[in-house]
Design a protein around this ligand. Sequence first.
Ligand code: SF4
Length: 194
Amino acid sequence: MEESAQSGEKPRLLLHVCCGPCAAGVLPAVTPFFDVTLFYYDPNILPKAEFIKRLDTLKQLLAHFPDVKLIVPEQDEEEFLSAVTGLETLPEGGARCEVCFAVRLKKTAEYLASSDGKYDGFATTLTVSPRKNAVLINRIGEEAAKEYGVTYFTSDFKKNDGWLTSVRLSREYGLYRQHYCGCGFPVPYDAEQS
Ligand code: SF4
């Protein structure tokens, strides 16, 4: 990840965040260099109870990073479900995930573009996961940035022991670590659970 220079103060980073454990692997790397605001936009996390559980875990983590701010924008699972219609049965890592990354990063870029210069750029914690393709995520982030005329900071947070840090701090702070990515597909999502 490259830092944008601003004399005398830290660059202001809008960091899309997928969950507390991934944030635990990223915040130690970025907070020394950036003024960080987390953007928890993840309508792909189903059911709603799971979305709230992960949000609570994120807040639990932030007790250890008191300078980091958190934004939770309005969101609805339909924003994700309508985007991935027809892709539900594909395995994790395929075309559905590509759309899912785009939904989340476009919203982050859109928010940044409308924020009257409050942030210098955005990035995402998604690249900390060894199960996710950082090259693909960065390409989607760059495209979203171009579409909205903002700056995207490329990253591969799994490098420099980012994932190990996630695991270690999650254990140390007693964070809930989920056992599935977010949507639960290709097992059909049961709206009755939400
Ligand atoms: S498996 Fe994860 S990245 Fe892929 S579509 Fe579902 S929530 Fe999104």
